[in-house]
Design a protein around this ligand. Structure first.
Ligand SMILES: [Zn+2]
Ligand SMILES: [Zn+2]
Length: 134
């Protein structure tokens, strides 16, 4: 699979040549702030399959504790991806172009969602984090 994404102003573009994994949305208070929304919406990406097509010089980073951070457009503010120890870790679904043929399979930390958010009834939700992978 090959898909592209870009920020709001369109100056930063990227391409993923590969599949996205673990498409999920986190409703915790930290993700609400980081994504300026009711929740995050992200998918794991293999860093080897990710390429910046243009505008990479306009990227700005914020890295918090544990080496986890965000890369966003210094011009328009779109959050394009998350990084872990300097490597691309996840892409934000909001910046994808077109139909990537995937859907959010898991909603986590719904137990601490915003009081003003109403969850749909037909989605898989977890009060806290997802169950341990076996
Ligand atoms: Zn931009
Ligand atoms: Zn979260």
């Amino acid at each position: 699979m090959s898909i592209t994404g870009e920020c709001f102003c369109g100056d930063i573009k990227y391409q993923v040549n590969g599949d996205l994994h673990e498409v999920k949305s986190c409703h915790c208070s930290r993700c609400r702030k980081a994504f300026s929304a009711q929740a995050s919406a992200t998918a794991l990406v293999n860093p080897d399959e990710f390429t910046w097509l243009s505008g990479a010089e306009k990227l700005t980073s914020y890295v918090g504790g544990h080496g986890f951070g965000f890369q966003f457009c210094s011009q328009c503010g779109s959050t394009l991806c998350t990084v872990l120890n300097g490597k691309i870790f996840q892409i934000t679904l909001g910046c994808l172009n077109g139909d990537p043929d995937l859907e959010i399979g898991t909603h986590i930390f719904v137990g601490s969602k915003a009081a003003w958010e109403k969850m749909p009834h037909d989605v898989l939700t977890y009060e806290c984090g997802p169950p341990e992978r076996s």
